[in-house]
Design a protein. Structure first.
Length: 124
């Protein structure tokens, strides 16, 4: 199943790939880019651009900066997650701080979630 997206979001997604945060670059270049199951960066889904997306595991990974912990950011994230879940997607959220201070645990959590979701879908 192909996920819906708004084609006018693609230029912004490309721009975000070029302007990735240090934490996004760290997770991508030091883990996800060589992960055995394919991930995409700055993937457009509906009217959103998610940080990382794995089609095989139906998994979205978001790296959250400080704006995500303010009331407006939290409300937006909750709405966005609810919409993504309607497509059967799981959303994992990690803070910039977690990427900076506990990178190995973040990677292990992602790996375990991918394996669990793929086994549930009969793809392991």
């Amino acid at each position: 199943m192909s996920l819906p997206y708004k084609s006018n979001m693609i230029p912004r997604a490309k721009q975000l790939r070029k302007e990735a945060t240090p934490q996004e670059r760290h997770l991508w270049y030091d883990f996800l880019s060589t992960y055995p199951v394919r991930f995409q960066r700055q993937k457009t889904i509906e009217s959103f651009i998610v940080d990382f997306y794995c089609h095989a595991a139906k998994l979205v990974i978001e790296i959250d900066g400080s704006q995500h912990y303010e009331p407006q950011g939290q409300a937006y994230d909750e709405e966005r997650t609810a919409i993504l879940k309607k497509y059967g997607l799981e959303v994992l959220r990690f803070s910039n701080r977690e990427i900076n201070t506990d990178f190995r645990a973040v990677c292990e959590h992602i790996d375990n979630t991918v394996k669990e979701r793929m086994s549930q879908q009969g793809r392991a």
